[in-house]
Ligand binder design. Structure first.
Ligand SMILES: Nc1ncnc2c1ncn2[C@@H]1O[C@H](COP(=O)(O)OP(=O)(O)OP(=O)(O)O)[C@@H](O)[C@H]1O
Length: 584
């Protein structure tokens, strides 16, 4: 005869760990309503005898959520009728060979726990099912003639932990990490850390845990840049190890908000990569600054090459998610049949040709960070419905998988198409459009912000100069004039390419109009006074620009001028002459 009481110590370990990890109370009750194991608080609050009709009800039903403890039908006759200390209770039966032998409960006696369990009931129920299955395996392994591998129960526990968004490291009494969940493994690879390094960092906290048997907060905060908490696991009054939790998922508590608040200082730096001073681009930057602390979906619109992807990256880097991944996917470049697996991932053997061990999707890869859905207008209609569901439910299920992963990912989508028109033509789902368009940002075309052209050109000159190991002192005014008068159908991308082209063409250290792509030179430059047989004037112009740029770099005093002369490869006296001639 199988009995829960026979394997009390093993069940106790599971219950203690799960309660510590989930921060809720837990209990296992046999079919006669007697407590088998429980957390201390459960025992204190509810005692050893549980209302039998309630237990029988769950044994028959399989699972039940008691969201109004003390005032539900099943509570009739209970000594806690109308005064139950529990705030919420999730119950699941434990079955062995199809026979219900007891009930496992996740219970909260606090308001916070009540909110959390009520908000994520489905997830907790899923975990509860896994716990109940784990107990089944334990019971079976103790039952005569039915020795199951203890690996199986370990795998069940691992499976349960893998569904949790926060990262968990389980360590032994010496601080050695003996198990990591999926989120923890991802965290390690992002930070290029080894479990041994985590162990080393844990050491100082271990003595504190042993002494106080209390959770230690923020023991690794400097290294991992995230709120952490190490909770001891005590069995028979002895510290046998613990669990380190690194907060990152949707179960997070206000401490994450503190953490986020303290991380927002790099915003201005990150946004400086958006070059431009026009009122239009300033407005875009202000908007990006404001939304750093929010997780709301952003929809960036604008013509091709205006910098939508660049802006998305800058928003991420200026946000509180900057320490987590920025993952981009171009919806136009992925074949429709591969799209779903790219986005959601797949399990081992999900389809022919599937990679062994399965593959995480982009949603999972972006956990804690930002997922950039570029060219969202090209997303196949069939996938739009699935994406909408993920955005609403905030859980992802891999193809061929049987469980859902909770996700904490900010979505930034971008398009150069008119989504409203696509909605009208029924090529884009209206509900998805509204779900994405929470924070709309429009990036104007380059032709609408010509003031930015010079700044952008100089920044690209610096970028490519650095890459090529060459120093360019400036761009001739005439070249700037040509750049400003061109209509830039390819926007900033086209400008960037034009500058890169010019730098390849230019032998000297100043970018002149002659080195620009022919299509730009085909248009007349600015005022007629500049356009005559002005070779000399153009050279002078370029020289003046180079000297000005160099002076700005080194300063206008004697030392600065000496450096300028050296940099330009001319004598100091020649420099003075040129300065006079050019009226600088
Ligand atoms: N304000 C900016 N400052 C600096 N570089 C920029 C800026 N805007 C765009 N760029 C650069 O221009 C190039 C094109 O930008 P990006 O790819 O972000 O454009 P996009 O609007 O996403 O284009 P598409 O619609 O074709 O995907 C990139 O190399 C990007 O770094």
């Amino acid at each position: 005869m199988v009995s829960l009481d026979l394997c009390k110590p093993a069940i106790e370990k599971v219950i203690t760990s799960i309660s510590d990890i989930l921060n809720v109370d837990a209990a296992v009750i046999n079919e006669r309503g007697l407590l088998v194991v429980s957390t201390e608080r459960y025992l204190k609050q509810k005692g050893e005898n549980v209302h039998v009709p309630s237990i029988e009800f769950v044994l028959a039903k399989g699972q039940y959520v008691v969201d109004k403890p003390g005032s539900m039908e099943m509570c009739k006759g209970c000594r806690f009728l109308d005064s139950c200390p529990a705030k919420v209770e999730l119950l699941s039966s434990i079955k062995v060979a199809n026979h219900a032998i007891g009930v496992v409960s996740l219970t909260s006696f606090t308001k916070e726990g009540q909110n959390r369990l009520s908000k994520h009931t489905e997830r907790y129920q899923q975990i509860l099912t896994e716990i109940s299955e784990m107990i089944t395996v334990i019971v079976q392994s103790h039952a005569p003639g039915q020795i199951e591998s203890s690996d199986e129960s370990m795998r069940l526990l691992e499976g349960a932990l893998d569904t949790v968004a926060d990262a968990y490291f389980t360590f032994d009494r010496s601080g050695n990490v003996i198990h990591t969940n999926a989120s923890a493994r991802r965290l390690l690879s992002q930070h290029e850390l080894l479990p041994a390094e985590i162990s080393r960092m844990l050491l100082p906290s271990l003595s504190g845990m042993a002494a106080h048997s209390l959770p230690i907060a923020n023991c690794l905060v400097d290294k991992l840049d995230a709120p952490t908490e190490a909770t001891p696991i005590i069995v028979n009054n002895q510290l046998i190890g613990g669990v380190l939790r690194v907060q990152r998922g949707s179960l997070t508590t206000p401490r994450l908000i503190d953490y986020q608040g303290s991380r927002s200082s790099g915003k201005a730096d990150s946004l400086a990569q958006i070059v431009g001073n026009s009122p239009a681009i300033k407005q875009v930057k202000e908007m990006a600054m404001k939304i750093g602390n929010s997780s709301s979906t952003v929809l960036i619109t604008g013509e091709t090459g205006t910098g939508k992807g660049h802006l998305a990256k800058a928003i991420h880097e200026a946000s509180t998610r900057a320490y987590y991944p920025f993952v981009a996917i171009n919806c136009a470049s992925i074949p429709e049949n591969l799209f779903e697996s790219e986005l959601f991932g797949y399990e081992d053997g999900a389809f022919t040709g599937a990679k062994k061990g399965g593959k995480p999707g982009r949603f999972e890869m972006a956990e804690g960070g930002t997922l950039f859905l570029d060219e969202i207008g090209d997303m196949p209609l069939s996938l739009q419905a699935k994406l909408l569901r993920v955005l609403q439910e905030k859980v992802v299920e891999r193809i061929g998988g049987t469980r859902s992963f909770p996700i904490n990912v900010r979505i930034i989508a971008a398009t150069n198409q008119n989504l409203e028109e696509l909605v009208e033509k029924k090529a884009f789902r209206a509900d998805l459009y509204y779900r994405l368009n929470v924070i709309p940002i429009h990036v104007p075309s380059l032709a609408e912000r010509k003031e930015d052209i010079e700044l952008l050109a100089v920044s690209f000159m610096e970028k490519y100069g650095e890459q090529a190991g060459r120093t360019f002192f400036g761009i001739a005014r005439e070249a700037i004039n040509l750049l400003t008068h061109y209509h830039w159908p390819g926007n900033v991308r086209e400008l960037e390419n034009a500058i890169e082209y010019a730098m390849n063409m230019e032998q000297d250290s100043v970018l002149t109009a002659d080195s620009l792509p022919p299509r730009l030179r085909a248009r007349p430059p600015v005022a007629p006074s500049h356009s005559g047989p002005a070779i000399k004037a153009r050279v002078a112009d370029a020289q003046a620009d180079a000297i000005r740029a160099s002076l700005q770099k080194h300063g206008n005093d004697l030392k600065g001028k000496q450096r300028v002369a050296e940099e330009l490869g001319i004598g100091l006296r020649t420099l003075y002459r040129k300065l006079k001639l050019l009226g600088i």
